[in-house]
Design a protein around this ligand. Structure first.
Ligand code: GYE
Length: 330
């Protein structure tokens, strides 16, 4: 492991965290040259949502708290795959012991992950997945079962709109991301299997932000009006909340005239639920930092690890919102 001064690590594109002791950042920690504990490189998607910020916190805090880890070198790629690739190359140059990657999209990883492989650095995926063809280029993935999240949203849709020929719209997450692909596939799989009578009025990808969700919903309203739209399936809290704003601005009642399902379950999401602005929340759990550190240690110890470890997640209807809002830690 080679420690390089911050100035050579930081590029204009990367934001390196300097939040706390045990995180590579503002201070260059001296481990006395004899510290053989692993250095973990972590390439995060960005900071687009409350979920993402909670996920970064959970992983950073877990690394700092874990005596088995020397430190975490953190890169925030601002939702840009090219930045993630550059960050991985920096980590390879720095000879970190393991690279944790939360890939923004599924495809385009073969080359850079082969470089990590040649350098003998194991890769662990956190959160999103990559193409199946590249499965040999990572050890394990810890994150959500996105298809199952989509199915949960669909089961509630079927219960709520059976026999009504509901008009549905969908606002998807980042195109090409495992989260958006999985949620979309799981959702329509169940609607088809259950033979729900519905019309898909429109469906578009966005970028997991409030502004993105609002803009897409405004487009739907311009094109179709709101009378035919009974339900919105938004792939995260931020996009659902942005869309609710657009519905309200058009003079309709989000949560009533147009029912809304979101995925994540942040405090802001539940607060919107309590206010009656949305109707169903599929939980996506970002707080897997400690579990990730265990995996890092197991992989470096050469233990057999499962190719995929799902995190535990629930789903909540209006009857749960009041109780649940106080239990949200992001
Ligand atoms: O749902 C969204 C975030 O990949 C699970 O990314 C994650 C998703 C999450 O921006 O809020």
């Amino acid at each position: 492991m080679v420690k390089r001064p911050l100035a050579t690590i930081a590029t204009a594109l990367l934001v390196l965290s300097s939040a706390a002791c045990g995180l590579r950042g503002g201070n260059d920690h001296d481990f006395g040259g004899t510290d053989d504990r692993p250095v973990v490189g972590f390439v995060q998607v960005g900071s687009e949502s409350a979920w993402r910020k909670a996920n970064s916190d959970s992983i950073q805090v877990a690394a700092v708290d874990d005596d088995r880890i020397a430190y975490l070198q953190f890169a925030n790629a601002e939702q840009d795959q090219q930045r993630q690739i550059e960050a991985i190359r920096e980590l390879i140059e720095d000879e970190v012991d393991v690279i944790v990657l939360a890939p923004v999209v599924e495809s385009g990883w073969t080359e850079v992950l082969t470089e990590a492989d040649r350098a003998g650095i194991p890769v662990i995926l956190a959160d999103r997945a990559i193409d199946e063809a590249d499965e040999h280029l990572y050890e394990t993935r810890l994150g959500s079962d996105f298809v199952e999240e989509g199915r949960k949203a669909a089961r509630w849709t079927v219960e709520t709109f059976a026999g009504e020929n509901a008009g549905l719209v969908e606002i998807g997450g980042t195109p090409g991301s495992a989260a958006a692909e999985g949620r979309n596939v799981g959702y329509f799989e169940v609607l088809e299997d259950e033979d729900l009578d519905y019309e898909l009025v429109d469906s578009e990808f966005s970028d997991f932000t409030v502004e993105g969700g609002k803009e897409v919903m405004e487009g739907f309203i311009d094109e179709h009006g709101l009378d035919r739209i009974d339900l919105l399936f938004a792939h995260n809290d931020e996009m659902g909340i942005g869309a609710a704003d657009a519905i309200e601005a058009a003079g309709y009642d989000p949560g009533d005239d147009v029912q809304i399902i979101i995925v994540d379950g942040s405090r802001a999401g539940f607060e919107a639920g309590v206010a009656g602005r949305l109707n169903y929340i599929v939980e996506c759990n970002p707080s897997f930092g400690p579990q990730l550190m265990d995996l890092v240690v197991d992989v470096l110890d050469g233990k057999d690890v499962d190719k995929f470890t799902p995190v535990e997640e629930g789903a909540f209807g209006p009857e749960d919102f009041e109780d649940e809002v106080n239990h949200r830690d992001f």
